[in-house]
Every structure is written in C-alpha cells, then in structure tokens.
Design a protein around this ligand. Structure first.
Ligand code: HEM
Length: 394
C-alpha cells in the first residue's frame, strides 16, 4: 500500500487535485485510494487503456448516474445498446452542424453580453444563461425557462459527483430528474406521433423500422443526460477566459487574432479539464501498469491528470495556446467520447468571441477572487470581472 495514496481524502482532491495527481503519476500511477474506495489511474497511456478496453472496463454498472437518469442512458450502456442510441443522435451534433451551433450561440449570447457593464459575475450573468439558451435551440427543446435549464444541469451534475453520499444532494438530483420527466412528457407524446427532427424526436424515431418508435423509458435517460451537460460549454468558456486573463500576453494575442480562441479552448480542455475523471468498473481482474485491479472495482480514469502527463507534454503545468496540437482527452476518448465533441469548441468559441468583441477591455476583478473547486467536475462557481478599462475607472 502506498502511504501517500492511503492518506488522500475527498476534501484534498476537491480543493486542488493537481499536486495530488502529479505525485500519483510519479509514485503510484494505478492505485487504490482506500479513503475513497476507488482506484485512480493517472497516466496518459493507462487512462486511454481504461477508456478503450471495453472487454476489461465497462461504463455499464449501477452508479449515481443510473439512479438519477435511469438505467439506460447512452453513457451507461455498452455494445449494441450504446451504438443504437449514439447512432440515433450523432447526426444532430455532427461537424456539418458547426455553423448552426455558432450562429445560434452568437444570437443567444448577444443580449446577455449587451446587458453587462461595470463589475460583473460572468458565470451566472453571461456564460451559463447564454449557453443554456443556445443549446436548447440547438437540440430543439420546446420552451423551457432558462433558469430551470440551469438549475436542472446544476442539480444533476451535483448528484453525479456526490461521492460523500450527501442525502440532500441526492434527493435534489432525484427530484430534478422527476421534474424533467414530468416537464418533457407532453413533448415525448407529441413527438412520438409527429417526428420533428429535434434530438428528442431522433431518439424516439431514428433507425426504427417504419411505424415503430422507441419507448419513453428507452430514450428519456439519455435525454436527461444530455440536459445534465447543458452547463458544460459555459464551464469550458469560463475556464478559458480565466486562463487567458491570468496570462495577459496570450489574452492580447487572442484580442489581436480572434482565430486563436479555438486554440485557447483546446489548451484549456487540457490544462483545466472541466470533466476531470471518468468512472468505469473492472469486468474482471485486470493487470494495469503492474497493479492487479480486482474484478468489480470502480476505476477513475483521471483525464485531468493524463492531460498533464510529463511523459507526453512538455511543461505540462504551463498554459500555452501555441502548443503543437495534440490529441486532447478533455472530451473523453474512445466509444463514449463526448457526443457533442464536434460542436462544443464552436459553442465555447462563439460565447467568448461575442464577449470579447463587445467588451475588449474586460479584466479580472482583483477585489473578488474566483472560486474553482472539484476533481470529477472542476467547477468555476464565479468569475468576477471589470468590463471597462480599470485604468479609466469605467
Ligand atoms: C466543454 C463542454 C463539454 C465537455 C468538457 C464534455 C466532456 C465529456 C466527456 C469527458 C465525456 C466522456 C464521458 C465518459 O467517457 O465517461 C462526455 C460524454 C458525453 N457528453 Fe460531453 N462534454 C461537454 C459538452 C457536452 C454537451 C454540450 C452535450 C450535450 C448537449 C454533451 C453530451 C455528452 C453525452 C451524451 C456523453 C456520453 C456519450 C456516450 O456515452 O457515448 N456533452 N462529455
């Protein structure tokens, strides 16, 4: 037993996981953390192995996500069941839809950007509502209040990373999932009869023989899972802006050449991965990097750590938008990689483009520090900025 691994607690990971990941990569890259009851895999090659070796590691096992979403969400099934759900909606997030995603995001973002001025908090004041409105339009969600969309995603995400089994967090996530089921039920019934090309409609109809439709029980868990990701682009955008504002020369470069935004997003998904760790279960005893992981063990593939593996990246702790492009694990890897991966960069890029175009002089508010915490999901709860030029007091 590695003494350091034995000492690691949830609180330490939540507060700043990166020094812990670095030490694990050096001393115990595949290890059981007894206080968490989880195996951690922290190096690049091993993380990719966990995520791609379907015969050894599965994502189909009872978990907080299956309790909240239901048994059969796309992330929690494997094999044909997974391929079927993925194929039903993949086209809605395909690269051909990048332009549409960009246009919708710009349209959604403009009014929120226009409402900013003086000293602002950008997560709840800009990124989260703008991203939620854009995604709702992009997936063809009928009218749902933006505040409800944001609350849903927040509650579901908290429920999925409730490692300390806080009953209040769990109950809130379960109640929210029930509220979503009630809210979308009329829409499920209507779209089952009349396909309309929305993501929900695709889930119900796509790939089914004529005159047949999948049941609500079959598709609603995946739909709830998609709704749970609604704040992820906001998280990616907030983290990218934070990284740029902490590196003024790179921020200046982006202001001068907005095409660099996409590079900044890519580098942020590596440097501050919003999804830090992906859970799997060992289907059998598996030997990985010299350690025997027993069948049935829960294994965290820590993409946030793999993304700073010094064997793969030069100066991995440095944020550098001019890095030679390299595959990125920030959106996952292999069969369960992010469904929205083709369009996510465009959505985040558009949120940032609009903000920087409208408010080129924005800067961090030195009096109000940001709050960044978490390790499964790295959450930026606030990002206070000054919108005008601080030197001119505007
Ligand atoms: C910055 C934004 C995002 C990040 C960083 C992100 C990250 C990820 C990651 C790491 C995975 C892999 C999970 C695993 O293997 O356990 C994933 C899967 C997934 N993501 Fe995203 N995501 C983002 C945005 C979105 C959005 C906007 C949606 C939908 C509207 C979405 C829907 C999904 C779905 C449905 C899966 C499961 C795919 C499957 O199991 O086949 N994600 N995402």
């Amino acid at each position: 037993m590695n003494d350091f691994a034995a000492s690691i607690t949830f609180d330490q990971l939540v507060s700043d996981p990166y020094p812990i990941f670095a030490r694990l990569r050096r001393e115990a890259p595949v290890v059981l953390l007894p206080k968490l009851g989880l195996w951690m895999v922290t190096r690049w090659d091993d993380v990719r192995q966990v995520l791609s070796a379907g015969e050894s590691f599965t994502s189909a096992f009872p978990s907080m996500a299956t309790q909240i979403f239901g048994e059969r969400s796309v992330l929690k099934v494997e094999g044909d069941a997974h391929a079927e759900l993925r194929a039903a909606v993949d086209t809605r997030f395909a690269p051909e839809r990048i332009e549409r995603a960009t246009t919708l995001t710009r349209e959604a973002a403009l009014p929120y950007a226009g409402g900013l001025g003086g000293r602002d908090e950008l997560m709840s004041g800009y990124f989260e509502p703008a991203a939620s409105v854009a995604l709702a339009r992009f997936i063809g969600l009928p009218d749902v209040d933006t505040d409800a969309l944001m609350r849903w995603a927040r509650d579901l995400t908290a429920g999925m990373s409730n490692f300390t089994a806080d009953p209040a967090v769990h109950e809130r996530a379960m109640a929210t999932a029930a509220e979503i089921r009630r809210t979308i039920e009329p829409c499920v019934r209507k779209t089952a009869d009349r396909p309309d090309g929305s993501v929900l409609s695709q889930l119900l109809h796509s790939g089914c023989p004529p005159d047949t439709v999948r049941s609500a029980e079959h598709v609603v868990p995946t739909f709830i899972e998609i709704l749970s990701a609604f704040l992820e682009p906001a998280a990616g955008a907030g983290l990218t802006l934070l990284a740029l504002l902490q590196h003024p020369a790179q921020m200046r470069a982006v202001r001068e050449d907005p095409r660099l935004i996409r590079k900044a997003v890519h580098e942020t998904l590596r440097w501050l991965s919003p999804n830090g760790a992906l859970s799997r279960r060992a289907t059998k005893d598996v030997l990985l990097a010299g350690q025997m992981i027993p069948a049935g063990a829960t294994v965290m593939a820590v993409i946030a750590s793999a993304s700073r593996d010094e064997g793969v990246f030069t100066d991995p702790d440095t944020f550098d938008i001019n890095r030679i492009p390299f595959p990125n694990l920030g959106l996952g890897y292999s069969r369960h990689a992010c469904l929205a991966a083709p369009v996510v960069g465009a959505i985040i890029g558009a949120l940032l483009d609009v903000l920087i175009e409208q408010h080129p002089r924005l800067s961090l508010d030195p009096g109000r520090p940001h709050d960044l915490h978490g390790w499964k999901f790295r959450v930026l709860t606030n990002l206070h900025v000054r919108i005008g030029d601080p030197a001119r007091g505007s």
